[in-house]
Design a protein around this ligand. Sequence first.
Ligand SMILES: [Zn+2]
Length: 313
Amino acid sequence: MVKKIAKTISKIGAPLYGVKGLIRKTGQHIVLPFYHSVANNTPIHIQHLYQSRSITSFKADLDFLLTHYKSISLHQLIELNDSDEEIDENYFHITFDDGLREFYDVVAPILKEKQVHATVFLNSDFIDNKQLFYRFKESILFDKLKDKSILSIPYSKEQHLDELALLNQIDFDAYLKEASPYLTSEQIKELIGDGITFGAHSKNHPLYKEISLEEQLVQTNESVKMITSQFGLDYSAFSFPFTDDGVSLAFFDKIYNQTDITFGGAGLKKDAAKNHLQRIAMETNCSGKAIIKNEYVYYLIKEMIGKNKIARL
Ligand SMILES: [Zn+2]
């Protein structure tokens, strides 16, 4: 309830302030917007989960960001995060979760044209279209069966989805071949050559608060290890699948030596975990400008009630 009121106040308050003033007031000089897919037509495996950012909106987001912030690389972000020096410029780094083909087809050429850095987070089980994310299976099944309960089947019941598909003559392997939702190793290598950085996003995208600490560590360490070794990366980054909500400090302590930096998606917020940064979700109906400004005002409200930092047990 408090959250809802604070979000509404943010929406009303945000247009009253300029971006510069909001950055100064909050002291938040770095923004980390994140996306999944950018496309004018949302593919079936995504359509019933969320809407892709349209190409026009994405370009407008970048123009807004480039007006107020400087694009920095993942390496610069890691350095800034490690440094104790005060930040006097404003920076942004954009990231993409789930390693989707639209990054190669649509996003990369736009980033090249506008000279914007980006990092893509990959699920190690899905690269090269080897397997399908269980939520994508739900979207494909719902598209045909129109049964809403399909969309809330949890990760632990993924087998149900495979059984449902079999019963209804839906062939996920054929879908993977035909639609190729994911980036291939070849495309990833080419993108690395163009300066795009990559990180891991778990093996097969479970909701971390629903799995044990041991499973969280396996999902994280194995995916990070696989991606850094397969693509010869001298850095390691990780973004949480879905959310880092409920992930303990014990987890962060255990991965501290395995990753240079990790990312959540809780908006503009500080975090009790070291080397862990929160990003701003951009897949809403609002303009990039409105999303970022709302986050600043929301941050100021949270700061007043001491809720602008995620506390972890
Ligand atoms: Zn994801």
